[in-house]
Design a protein around this ligand. Structure first.
Ligand SMILES: *Cc1c(COP(=O)(O)O)cnc(C)c1O
Length: 429
């Protein structure tokens, strides 16, 4: 693209296009991406002297196989030749049925029913609706509140916002208007019996009004990039069972291998009543998410006065997204993905450890294919991003956090480059 064309695109972008979590008009110019392949984003014009950036973000956890993967491209083309979409009410098709069946096979028992929808936030909306409707249907409508721990992130629509971190998060503005849910303190990273007792006590105390507990298992993502002991998931499962409360795991960020287990629930060998999946579900190709539930939840809803789940997005079960999701899952499971994630974990450890000695760095932590450098001050987003771009790497810091979750196909050389860029960003930001 000529530089004046790039300029004009950026101006039109600023005039008309709203970006995530941004003001209108935007205050900073986004980089224009022309194409992407493997782990590299190709820019339309140079930034800090770079035309190509190694993607340290997997497009927000999703592009686990990198860009323009021949197998995924082929799956989309093949499906496109048949049909790109048909409505899901009264009709069905092979890609969606295959996907749902596959998801049931690879997630923990007894998750056996699948609601396909268009984004992670909607998957959480559907999950919360399932739980509330379950209790309504079995004659206990007073059980309509949710409990979670602080530091979480579950999406940007109404119900998910109500269970995001109420103070540090992005949705503080709405604290007076959102449904008021119940919050435990954020989970400590290691297992502490005192904290576990507080969780048990809180669940027992509110059991009469609680529909469900909802958490991100093992890794809290956009709420602060914190890790916690899987042992807490077992505590939650036991406390939920003892008090007749449902348990929802939001695995939208953690699913499909990111933490070193296929699903983070497996770290604790615990199964939830409802599980939300998204992000890496389609390998980053198309927007799709899924809410899975157990026969107990589905049967409960079916026995109600209104025995249906009143939810049905227009693009539910989209064939293109379903087909590429099936291909992405096959691609993942057809290789020794756990070894690749371990390799990335080792690469991130090696690349980020040094950052721990930099001034202004409070903590460095790595789990699976996730690396985090936490500063002792809010990051200067522009300076940090520019420093990483100068090293040839794309990262997107927020709050006091520099973090990376690269595609699983990132080479050791590119991991080293990401490490160098994060260190440069930590120094600059
Ligand atoms: C990203 C995310 C969501 C929201 O997904 P969208 O597709 O952005 O709506 C929900 N929960 C978790 C844990 C996430 O990481």
């Amino acid at each position: 693209m000529r530089s004046d064309e790039v300029r004009s695109l950026v101006e039109l972008d600023r005039a008309h296009v709203w970006h995530p979590y941004g003001p209108m008009p935007g205050r900073t110019d986004p980089l224009v991406v022309e194409s992407a392949s493997g782990v590299r984003l190709r820019l339309a014009g140079p930034a800090e002297g770079r035309r190509e950036l190694v993607d340290g973000m997997s497009s927000w956890w999703s592009a686990i196989h990198g860009y323009q993967h021949p197998v995924l491209d082929e799956a989309v083309r093949d499906q496109l030749a048949r049909m790109s979409h048909v409505m899901f009410g009264g009709l069905t098709h092979e890609p969606a049925v295959r996907l749902a069946t596959r998801l049931v096979e690879i997630t923990p028992e007894p998750l056996r029913h699948v609601f396909l929808c268009d984004s992670g936030s909607v998957a959480v909306e559907v999950g919360v609706k399932m739980c509330l409707q379950y209790w309504r249907s079995v004659g206990r409508p007073e059980k309509h509140r949710m409990l979670t721990w602080r530091g979480g992130y579950h999406g940007d629509t109404w119900q998910p916002m109500a269970v995001c971190d109420p103070d540090g998060g992005m949705h503080q503005l709405w604290s007076g208007v959102l449904p008021r849910q119940i919050f435990a303190d954020a989970p400590p990273s290691g297992f502490e019996e005192v904290y576990a007792d507080r969780l048990r006590e809180l669940i027992a105390r509110h059991a009469h009004e609680l529909a469900a507990v909802i958490v991100e298992p093992v890794v809290q993502g956009a709420g602060g990039m914190r890790f916690h002991s899987p042992e807490y998931l077992r505590v939650l499962r036991e406390a939920c069972d003892a008090n007749d409360v449902l348990l929802v795991f939001d695995e939208i960020a953690t699913g499909f291998g990111r933490t070193g287990a296929l699903f983070a629930a497996e770290h604790a060998a615990v199964s939830p009543d409802v599980m939300c999946l998204g992000k890496a579900l389609t390998g980053g190709y198309l927007s799709m998410a899924a809410t899975l539930c157990t026969p107990r939840v589905a049967d409960g809803i079916s026995q109600g006065e209104i025995p249906v789940l009143a939810h049905g997005p227009t693009f539910m079960g989209n064939p293109l997204a379903s087909a590429v999701a099936c291909a992405s899952i096959d691609l993942l499971l057809g290789q020794d993905w756990a070894r690749e994630v371990k390799r990335i974990e080792a690469g991130l450890h090696a690349g980020l450890a040094e950052a721990g000695t930099l001034p202004g760095v409070r903590d460095v932590r790595v789990l699976g294919a996730i690396g985090v450098v936490q500063l002792d001050h809010p990051v200067d987003m522009e300076a940090a991003t520019r420093a990483a771009v100068r090293e040839g790497v794309w990262i997107r810091p927020f709050r006091d956090l520099l973090y990376t979750m690269p595609p699983f196909v990132t080479s050791d050389e590119d991991l080293a480059l990401i490490g160098r860029a994060v260190r440069a960003a930590a120094t600059a930001g």
